[in-house]
Write a protein that binds this ligand. Structure first.
Ligand code: AR6
Length: 174
């Protein structure tokens, strides 16, 4: 499995599946979620509403993932996952890892070979970027998957640098 880091906007990625940093309501929000619904168009929200009606009336639990169409995005699917808020629980690291594992499990079920991830929980949900990046990179490296390309799409230099450090591992000089 190849891990790539890209600076940019996740809604512009030509990949099989784009992961959305959603919330349990599945009804949209700001950040990545807002951008995906805005650029992807109303078909994504329509499918999210159906999922709420059929399976997730109480919301998609934190750490889980579910797929919909990607609408007008240049991808085939959006995989919605709900990250933990940083201020919340003792299980937050495990729940954040679960977002990446579950998203890759859903990607495998779909037959997706390339998947783009944002820095889940590192925006509105308040995770320090270095911590979020370490959990993200370690988890995808440890997950067995048929996905062959994982692309972390980072907004801005700080996020890119944090993921770059996480991919390179601890600096031996320190
Ligand atoms: N492409 C790539 N990365 C982006 C983009 C984009 N278009 N837009 C923002 N980021 P966030 P969370 C970065 O807040 O912390 C929503 O309201 C952003 O700079 O999108 O998991 C949901 O509905 C940050 O580094 O997700 C939830 O309520 C990272 O993506 C809540 O926010 C994640 O920021 C989820 O919060």
């Amino acid at each position: 499995m190849d891990i790539r880091l890209v600076r940019g906007d996740i809604t512009e990625q030509h990949v099989d599946a784009v992961v959305n940093a959603a919330n349990s309501s599945l009804l949209g929000g700001g950040g990545v979620d807002g951008a995906i619904h805005r650029r992807g168009g109303p078909d994504i929200l329509a499918e999210c509403r159906e999922l709420r009606a059929s399976k997730y009336g109480r919301g998609l639990p934190t750490g889980r993932a579910v797929a919909t169409t990607a609408g007008r995005l240049p991808a085939r699917w959006v995989i919605h996952t709900v990250g933990p808020v940083h201020s919340a629980t003792e299980d937050r690291t495990e729940l954040l890892a679960s977002c990446y594992r579950e998203s890759l499990r859903v990607a495998d079920e779909l037959g997706a070979r390339s998947v783009a991830f944002p820095a889940v929980s590192a925006g509105v949900y308040g995770w320090p970027m270095d911590d979020a990046a370490r959990v993200a990179v370690r988890t995808v490296q440890e997950t067995s998957t048929t996905v062959s390309e994982i692309r972390f799409v980072l907004f801005g230099d700080e996020a890119y640098a944090a993921f770059d450090r996480a991919v390179r591992g601890p600096d031996p000089k320190h």
